[in-house]
Each structure stands twice: as C-alpha cells, then as structure tokens.
Write a new protein. Structure first.
Lengths: 165, 165
DNA sequence: CGGTTCTTGCAACCCGTTTGCAATCATGTG
DNA sequence: CACATGATTGCAAACGGGTTGCAAGAACCG
C-alpha cells in the first residue's frame, strides 16, 4: 500500500470477532446482554462497511424496534464496541471496533452509488499535534472522509442511489 | 505558520468583500438581487467563522423567512459565492468565498464552547491523488475537520454550549 | 410602464433521531 | 432456583434540521 507523505496506517478489523467475545465485553461494562444487542452485534460482525441505524434495523428484519437500535448504538458506542462515522449524508454510520484497534480510519465514498471503501492511511500524528500546540487545543482529534466517483460509476453504469450533492 | 509534513496552505478570505461586488457576482450568474439575498450576503461578509442557517436567520432579525434563508444558501452555494461546511453537529454552516480563493480550508472546533478556528493548512494533494489512483476514483475531494478543547475551556471557564458528544 | 419569470412567505411535510412511559426481561442474591 | 430490582424494550409522540407546494410579490427585460 502506498504511503505518500510518510503517513502512518491504521491496521483495522478484517477478522470477524466471535459473538461471545463481544457480549463478554458488554458484561464487563455492566451492560445486560439482551436479544436486540446480540442481534445488532451479530449484524455488525458480518459487515465490513459502516451501517446506518436504518440499515441495521432492516437487516434485523423486525427483530427489534428502530428506537432500540438507536439506543443500543449509543450504548455500544459509549462502551467502545462500536465507532460512529459521518459520511456526510445526514445519517450516522457504525462499525464494529476490535479490541486491538481503536477503530480510527477513514472512508472513500462514491457520491453516485454510495460505495464505501475503507481507507487505512492517514496523515502523520505530528500534523495534528502541531495544530493543537499552535492553537492551544487539548484532546485533539479529527474527522476525515474522502468523496469521489468510483470507476464503475465513472464508466457510466450507475447502480443504487447517490450519497451527497 | 508551521507546516509539518510539507503540506500546502490555502490562503483564505481575511479581507471583507464589498457588497456590490457580491451582488454583481449574483447578476453574472443571472440570479436576481433581492433584499433577502443582499441581507444574507451582508451578514456573511461581517462574519469570519461559519454560520448556520439559523444563525443567519437570527442575525437578520425577522428580515426574511427561514425557508428563504435555506433556499438562498443553496443558491449561493450553487453559484459559488458561499461554501458549505459540516462541523459535525447536524447543522450546515456557510462561509463566504472570495473570487481568488476556492474556499477550501478546514476548522478546529472546541467541543465544549463551539469556538471555531479557521485552519489554513492541509495535507499535500499528492496524498489524495494517490488514494484516487489506488482505488480508481475520479473527481476526488475530502472533508476534514478537527475537534478538541480550547485553552479557555480546558482551564475551566466554560462559556456557551457544546457542539458534539 | 408592463409582462414574464424568479423569489418570497407561509404552512405543511420529510427524515433522522430522541424521549416519556408502562411493560418486560437480565441478572445478582438469597 | 425463585425473586426482587433496575436496566431495557416497544410504542407513539415529539423534535430539529431541512425541503416543498402554492399563491402573492418583486426584479428585470424590453
């Protein structure tokens, strides 16, 4: 993988975590292991790209209420099992986080068909640190997403729906 | 200004553009110069940090309907007079764009008091280009914003309201 | 000045998300 | 292993940002 500007890379979750391991992590945070939670974690386990609340609810097929999905994703995020992403279309997306990985990575989104590619590289941490120092900001972090048109869409074969203007 | 990683900088609007110049640009795009539009441009002229539709509407003080603000910011964005930013709190923000500058820059946002600092540096374009090539994406762009806690909030003196979780 | 076309205000509406409430369930304890 | 208890769920109503249909009201062209 190319590495312009010497940026570091975030090795991230390609391995599927066992469901038990996930629910154990819930228990460790004194959260109850309920049907909806297991179902949600199971759905996320099987997906490599970020899913919206609606996506998850749909994948659950009437398994639980949409409000429950929302509430649980908050909970899971708070506990660190899941990471929230904002791909610019007004709906939050979530991905499972592995214990080794903090889930920090970015995405390349096709503005035509919504295809999402996981991106592991990023600019070097010194960049951010320098910014923090210059402006006297503490606990700095960033949000970075890329947008473009994938080769298929560029070739003319649009498929699903667009993401943002 | 520091420049880690040799990233380039976007010199951006610090000069206040005359209102006439702005409305001229409207005319050039065959858009009518109406009261609400002048008022909105005038409000944006006087502000250096991004404003939400609500902010602008409030600053106009019953000057025009909120729906009109929304519609006009779309129009202004389409014409290139204004640039839209997403600071992660679910409300679009806008900044005036100067003719020389494309408005591409980023922000550093305090998650406690919502203070926004304009950031002029960015990673080098080769980074993005390399990404595009590797993944066969065309017309690539990015969205990058930084979050942290400003020195004042870190020191304990919170003022307004928070931005994101 | 008058007509044509773009804009505006208003109100209803859309969509993602949150919340109050009563019923239900997971879990620690005895 | 049954219970008590507090966390969790489902449902429906509410919320906030943003959009839209429509009729009235301007800009602008000639």
């Amino acid at each position: 993988m190319n590495n312009p500007c010497g940026q570091h890379q975030h090795p991230h979750r390609l391995i599927q975590q066992p469901l038990d391991e996930l629910t154990d992590r819930l228990r460790r945070h004194s959260r109850r292991v309920t049907g909806p939670r297991q179902a949600i974690l199971d759905v996320l386990r099987r997906h490599q790209t970020p899913m919206s609340n609606r996506d998850i609810h749909a994948a659950l097929g009437q398994g639980c209420d949409l409000a429950t999905v929302y509430r649980n994703l908050h909970t899971l995020e708070g506990v660190g099992l899941v990471r929230r992403f904002d791909l610019g279309d007004g709906a939050a997306r979530f991905e499972l986080v592995t214990p080794e990985d903090d889930g920090h990575h970015h995405h390349l989104v096709c503005t035509r068909c919504s295809l999402v590619v996981e991106i592991d590289d990023c600019f070097p941490p010194e960049f951010e640190q320098s910014l923090a120092q210059r402006h006297r900001f503490a606990r700095i972090s960033h949000r970075l997403e890329f947008f473009g048109v994938c080769s298929r869409c560029e070739a003319g074969e649009s498929r699903p729906g667009p993401v943002e203007a």
